[in-house]
Design a protein around this ligand. Structure first.
Ligand code: PGA
Length: 296
């Protein structure tokens, strides 16, 4: 892993000592109810027609999901209403959301999505700062504005951060993560939003859609770092109640290892979320992880 800056290292050591001692500003993020989010990107489950495919997918998930994990489906904006309708019809305990929103609530922004409209339709979540949006030119400043607007509109948000492969190779991972987080979070209220309404997803860009994942120790280290930076913004109590997700080539075969990392409170799943059986398997693993964390 790339080198930590001195202050980050001091923060991490301080946290570890507090955790060992079992008192002080203990960060209890690993005990959270896991959040499993499926990012469909510009795709939909396969089927004879879009409508039938969505029906079958939601029905399959409804047969699987029984508490202990929060499920979020992040669908293409154009599918928001049909997926919401299907989730309600099937009685699936899932929140539905979109993958991006504009930083203004309304206005002359052809082709953009309003967080207020998403919320008004019943959408509950949005991604902000996904690496595929960053690659398309989205700046940290814009991501900060989008995050603030999404939360103000009543949506919950998953803020995505992660280093590119060249940044990792050059030892810039911690600097990149810290900058992405600090800029995005600096647009929010001083004491932070309601922790349940903001999740921070560590998604190494080189792991997305590549079939490659960091080692579990590296996932843990990065997610712990993300929480430490968040604690620096809003305090340890806030950071201990907020969920940190890992994303990037999560599949049933690696989900158990990833979800057993202490600072991982859930997963953001792209490709595997389109296959109902594979996504249901990840949900099952998340539920088992929650049960283990609760000592059951
Ligand atoms: P992946 O995508 O699971 O297909 O790697 C993850 C993401 O982009 O959020």
């Amino acid at each position: 892993m790339p080198e930590l800056e001195l202050q980050d290292l001091v923060d991490l050591v301080a946290r570890r000592v507090a955790e060992r001692l079992g008192h002080g500003e203990q960060v209890d993020g690993w005990a959270h109810r896991p959040l499993v989010a499926g990012n469909w990107k510009m795709n939909a489950p396969a089927g004879p027609s879009l409508t039938v495919a969505i029906q079958a997918h939601v029905a399959r998930l409804a047969a699987e999901l029984a508490g202990e994990a929060d499920l979020v489906l992040l669908v293409p904006q154009v599918l928001l209403a049909p997926v919401l309708a299907e989730v309600a019809r099937a009685g699936l305990a899932a929140a539905v959301g979109c993958q991006d929103v504009h930083e203004e609530l309304s206005g002359a922004h052809t082709g953009e999505t309003s967080a207020a409209q998403v919320a008004a339709l019943g959408g509950r979540w949005t991604l902000v700062g996904h690496s595929e949006r960053r690659a398309a030119g989205e700046t940290d400043a814009r991501i900060r504005a989008k995050l603030r607007t999404a939360l103000r509109a009543g949506l919950s948000a998953i803020l995505c951060v992660g280093e590119r492969e060249d940044e990792r190779r050059s030892g810039a991972t911690w600097r990149v993560l810290k900058a992405q987080l600090q800029i995005a979070l600096s647009g929010l209220a001083l004491d932070g939003p309601e922790p349940a309404r903001l999740a921070l997803a560590y998604e190494p860009v080189w792991a997305i859609g590549s079939g490659r994942t960091p080692e579990p120790e590296e996932v843990q280290e990065a997610c712990s770092f993300v929480r430490t930076v968040a604690a620096g913004e809003f305090g340890h109590a806030w950071a201990s109640r907020m969920r940190v997700l890992y994303g990037g080539s999560v599949v049933p075969e690696n989900a158990r290892e990833i979800l057993s990392c202490r600072d991982v409170d859930g997963v953001l799943v792209g490709g595997a979320s389109l296959d109902a059986d594979r996504f249901a398997a990840i949900l099952r693993i998340a539920r088992q992880a929650a049960r283990r964390a609760a000592g059951g």
